[in-house]
Write a protein that binds this ligand. Structure first.
Ligand SMILES: *Cc1c(COP(=O)(O)O)cnc(C)c1O
Length: 345
């Protein structure tokens, strides 16, 4: 059965153009710096982020790990949102592998960190305290509903951080969604931060990989760390080739996914038993919960939807996340609305 798979944009498979580019990729040993396709991807990515250098990494998690460790010494502290991917979903890597302490601040409903909270979290120069070193932002914000941060907000946090000799790392796993939603260039979102990661493997459809971007000197440090965590991948130009196609052809179409997310949300709003998490989806994610009158649990509803060919993400006992991406078309959106209607009738 062909499923309409809305569980995540990580389920996206490579496009035919990507498979062709992969088959024809010119490769070399990247640990020697000799893979021309990886070098091209890294230059392209750095240019799109307005940074000097880029580093191809196996995943967003690896990008955030080496990205944070390249800024921090053991015993340093990172200010991070309590709903941040880096804090919640990366196996505690920065602490486990880097000895980096985290200070978790409440993410605001829009995914931001309040400047006042950041200010209060900065440690005094006192031997009792770890040393505040880095602020991590996330854009779009996954756990906060695919919400996006504006260039102005990121600039404000960066200015604040730099005045206090702190660095800023942006987890931009979906930075191109954030850019599309605001009709700005991704470069504007990354302009003022010291480092940024983004995923090639989510809405951009590449099979594997992320890129970490920053200054030349910073990326040199990150390169050693990537080697340390086993990320020296040799002839990975086969993967980077798909990443180049992703950057060249997929970033400009993400607003289609956002439009479908809005259509899906407005269709589901009319289905009795469902409550929307957001009036209008911010980007490509739709959050839903079950009305208290519905007796079934989210797991049961998801199982029933599966029989109708629809896969959804279950995010709680009574809640769901549906993510739009390249492989979901208008027919898939309509099928999803119809399936919810018949499962909850
Ligand atoms: C997916 C994601 C990551 C990690 O990416 P992986 O490639 O799955 O390791 C990091 N941050 C955010 C916000 C994400 O959504």
């Amino acid at each position: 059965m062909e499923y309409v798979d809305l569980r995540s944009d990580t389920v996206t498979k490579p496009t035919p153009a990507m498979r062709e580019a992969m088959a024809n990729a010119v490769v070399g040993d990247d640990v020697y710096g000799e893979d021309p396709t990886i070098n091209r991807l890294q230059e392209l990515a750095a240019g799109m982020m307005g940074k000097e250098s880029g580093l191809f990494v196996a995943s967003g998690t690896m990008g955030n790990l080496v990205g944070v460790l390249a800024h921090c010494q053991r015993g340093d502290e990172v200010i991070v949102g309590n709903k941040a991917h880096t804090f919640l979903y990366e196996a505690g890597g920065i602490s486990v592998l880097g000895g980096v302490h985290s200070c978790q601040l409440p993410n605001q409903p829009d995914g931001s960190l309040a400047l006042e909270d950041i200010e209060n979290a900065i440690r005094p120069d006192d031997p009792h305290d770890p040393i505040t070193r880095l602020i991590c932002l996330e854009n779009t914000h996954n756990r906060c509903g695919g919400t996006f941060q504006s260039p102005e907000y990121i600039k404000r946090v960066s200015k604040f951080a730099h005045a206090r000799k702190l660095f800023v790392h942006l987890d931009g796993a979906r930075i191109f969604n954030a850019a599309a939603a605001q009709q700005v260039n991704a470069r504007e979102l990354a302009a003022t931060v010291d480092s940024v990661t983004f995923c090639l493997s989510k809405g951009l459809c590449a099979p594997v990989g992320s890129v970490l971007c920053g200054s030349k000197e910073y990326i040199r440090k990150a390169l050693r760390l990537r080697k340390m965590v086993g990320g020296g991948m040799r002839q990975a130009g086969i993967l980077a080739a798909a990443g180049i196609v992703a950057l060249e052809t997929m970033t400009g179409r993400l607003s289609e996914d956002h439009a479908r997310a809005r259509n899906l949300a407005s269709g589901l709003r009319e289905v009795p038993g469902l409550v929307l998490g957001q009036e209008i989806p911010a980007t490509n994610m739709v959050f839903l919960s079950l009305d208290p009158l519905v007796k079934s649990k989210a797991e049961e509803v998801a199982d029933n939807l599966k029989e109708h060919g629809i896969l959804v993400g279950v995010t709680g006992a009574r809640s769901f996340r549906l993510v739009l991406h390249y492989w979901i078309n208008d027919i898939g959106v309509d099928q999803t609305i119809t399936a919810f209607r018949s499962v909850l009738h």
